[in-house]
Design a protein around this ligand. Structure first.
Ligand code: SF4
Ligand code: SF4
Length: 86
C-alpha cells in the first residue's frame, strides 16, 4: 500500500465505475471524469462523507495501479480497462 498522491485523480477519470455515484447514478464509463472529482486539485469532493461510494472508500492506492506518476497511472489503468472490456 502507498499513499494516494495529491493532484492525481487518475483512477477517478480512467476507471469505469459500475456502482452509483451521487450525480452519476449509473456510475461512470472509463475515461470520463467523476462528477465528484474537483478540477481544482483533483481531490474527491465526497472524501470523508457518508455519500462517498463504498468502491471508492475501499479502493487502495497501490503501486500496481497508481505507479510512480499521474501519467503512468493513466497508462496502467487504461491498459487494465482494455483488458477487462467484455
Ligand atoms: S490513481 Fe492512485 S494515486 Fe492517483 S488518485 Fe487514484 S488512488 Fe490516488
Ligand atoms: S466519488 Fe470521489 S473517489 Fe470516487 S470516483 Fe468520484 S471523485 Fe473519485
Amino acid at each position: 500500500m502507498m499513499n494516494c498522491r495529491t493532484h492525481c485523480g487518475a483512477c477517478c477519470i480512467a476507471m469505469s465505475i459500475s456502482s452509483p455515484i451521487p450525480g452519476m447514478k449509473e456510475g461512470k464509463p472509463a475515461g470520463v471524469p467523476c462528477i465528484q472529482l474537483s478540477s481544482v486539485d483533483m481531490s474527491c469532493k465526497l472524501y470523508g462523507k457518508a455519500e462517498r461510494p463504498q468502491v471508492c472508500v475501499s479502493f487502495p492506492a497501490t503501486l500496481d495501479v497508481c505507479s510512480n506518476s499521474r501519467s503512468e497511472a493513466f497508462e496502467l489503468i487504461n491498459r487494465l480497462e482494455e483488458l477487462t472490456v467484455s
